[in-house]
Design a protein around this ligand. Structure first.
Ligand code: ADP
Length: 483
């Protein structure tokens, strides 16, 4: 089963394009920075710059001698964008992080439980997109796209498409049928013809047009597959490492625990979010954490002037934190296990002898305890934890997570490429008509290259005791800063 694929990942900060041969070998890759235009709560990017970056990356690959005569092109990227088109041109892409769309919420006419039944999610927590669409006068645009990768597909093929993973977060898709549901936007002025076609991730979106071929070097007529939003792509690639049906944890700027699910579960406590999974009829259950790498980074700045390696040295100075020293990492409010935007962080149990390295270690322990709470919430019990995201670059963080979970931690050696591998799996499945598991394993080398961290079993008792204290103290943060 061989084929060559071009896979692109258009993330918030960079575009990565790779050519891979589907024996788990990456022939070559190229990366271009992506600029965000920020003005207060406004977060925008320029679609024209996305396309320029894509062209540049293709040209870099060719200059390295990598042929772009591939069997298929597939893309992934940031989700929940609002990209309005007028006369075939898109001037701006409003990002998921933009806060302007918070108006117009009251325009939704359906009762919240009806919206949840369709979308699988609490409509207030899902997305600003629906609010944007209603606020921004639908008559001012002809069409809208919802993901950065869909803009690349549009340029390559002339087709406007959306995948079910990203479709979920628009708040306009029925998560069960994976089709747009008109009842969800009735009365807002939006018409169905303005929305992109919903395709499955492995479906063909179109074929590279002549003009796009001359701009990129990818031969005209090359199939372009729909692909999927990065949340789904990482989950798909992670399933090849963690095992099908197993959960994994993401430690990026923020964090989450994700677990594949066959049914939707309404959460009693905390914030649970569902995405449609790449596999038809399945879901991805996500428990988000507002505090993760951002808190690690704060600690690195506070004690080591932003030098990550100096922080690792500081962590190596001290083998354990004195019994009662705890850190509650809620610097930015929190969403799990309690939902409290106003919650804040705290050191608990410091005395006059406390050292910087003890405080630094308490910070990482606090993040690991917090992550473990979402695992418990998700009901995941596994002997190995697959961990992804930039936080895995920290040796100290990987070890702390292994110690707190008292299980092996597994990190992909190529974890920055996981989203691209997940996208490539969609094209592989389309070409070879195979199972998702087979496709996800075929496009990346798994296990032999992974980093494995074993837990320090001598810390088990001490950390379990501390975890009980953490759970108690973190629970008391709920509502503490309400006044
Ligand atoms: P995003 O969710 O924004 O894509 P990333 O996956 O890039 O985030 O992760 C960002 C986090 O990675 C930072 O907040 C920090 O915790 C961690 N990180 C980044 N660089 C390093 C490094 N050199 N050493 C250790 N940790 C790092």
């Amino acid at each position: 089963m061989s084929c060559r694929l071009l896979s692109a990942d258009l993330g918030t900060t960079s575009l990565k394009v790779m050519v891979l041969d589907c024996g788990g070998q990456v022939e070559g890759s190229a990366s271009e920075p992506i600029h965000t235009y920020t003005d207060g709560g406004n977060h925008e990017q320029k679609p024209s710059e996305w396309w320029q970056s894509f062209r540049k990356a293709c040209s870099t690959l060719q200059s390295k001698g990598i042929g772009l005569d591939v069997d298929g092109v597939v893309c992934t990227g940031q989700m929940e964008d609002f990209i309005p088109f007028k006369d075939g041109r898109a001037e701006t892409a409003v990002l998921y992080s933009d806060t302007r769309g918070s108006r117009g919420l009251t325009k939704r006419h359906l009762p919240p439980d009806v919206v949840t039944a369709f979308t699988g999610n609490d409509w207030k927590a899902t997305t600003p997109l629906m609010k944007w669409l209603a606020d921004e006068c639908p008559e001012r645009w002809d069409q809208v796209l919802f993901g950065s990768k869909d803009y690349l597909i549009y340029h390559l093929t002339g087709s406007s498409v959306c995948d079910p993973v990203n479709g979920t977060v628009t708040g306009m898709m029925d998560i069960h049928t994976r089709a747009w549901e008109e009842k969800l936007w009735e009365g807002s002025g939006i018409s169905r013809r303005q929305l992109p076609r919903l395709l499955e991730p492995e479906e063909t979106a179109g074929y590279v047009l002549k003009e796009a071929a001359s701009q990129t070097g990818i031969p005209a007529g090359t199939p372009v597959y729909c692909g999927l939003g990065d949340g789904g792509a990482v989950t798909l690639a992670a399933s090849a490492h963690a095992g099908d049906g197993q959960g994994y944890a993401y430690a990026g700027t923020t964090g989450w625990t994700a677990v594949p699910a066959d049914t939707l579960t309404v959460s009693e406590e905390g914030s649970v979010f569902h995405l449609a999974a790449p596999q038809h009829g399945r879901f991805i259950k996500i428990m988000p954490l507002l505090n993760m790498g951002n808190v690690h980074q704060w600690a690195v700045h506070t004690w080591c002037g932003g030098d990550f390696e100096a922080f690792e040295q500081l962590m190596a100075e001290q083998v354990s934190v004195p019994g009662p020293l705890l850190f509650i990492p809620y610097l930015n409010g929190e969403r799990n296990p309690v939902i409290d935007e106003k919650a804040r962080g705290a050191f608990i149990g410091i005395d006059g002898q406390v050292t910087q390295s003890q405080m630094a270690r308490a910070v990482l322990e606090g993040l690991a305890f917090s992550l473990k709470q979402t695992f418990v919430q998700a009901g995941i019990a596994s002997s190995t934890l697959f961990l992804v995201g930039g936080g895995t670059k920290s040796r100290a963080f990987r070890q702390t997570v292994a110690d707190v979970f008292q299980c092996r931690v597994q990190v992909s050696a190529e974890q920055e490429r996981l989203a691209s591998f997940g996208a490539a799996a969609c094209a592989f499945r389309a070409i070879h008509t195979c199972s998702w598991v087979k496709a996800a394993r075929a496009v990346q080398s798994v296990e032999e290259k992974d980093i494995i961290v074993a837990p320090d079993v001598s810390k088990k008792e001490e950390l379990e005791q501390k975890e009980r204290l953490f759970t108690e103290a973190a629970g008391r943060m709920r509502g503490l800063f309400d006044t």
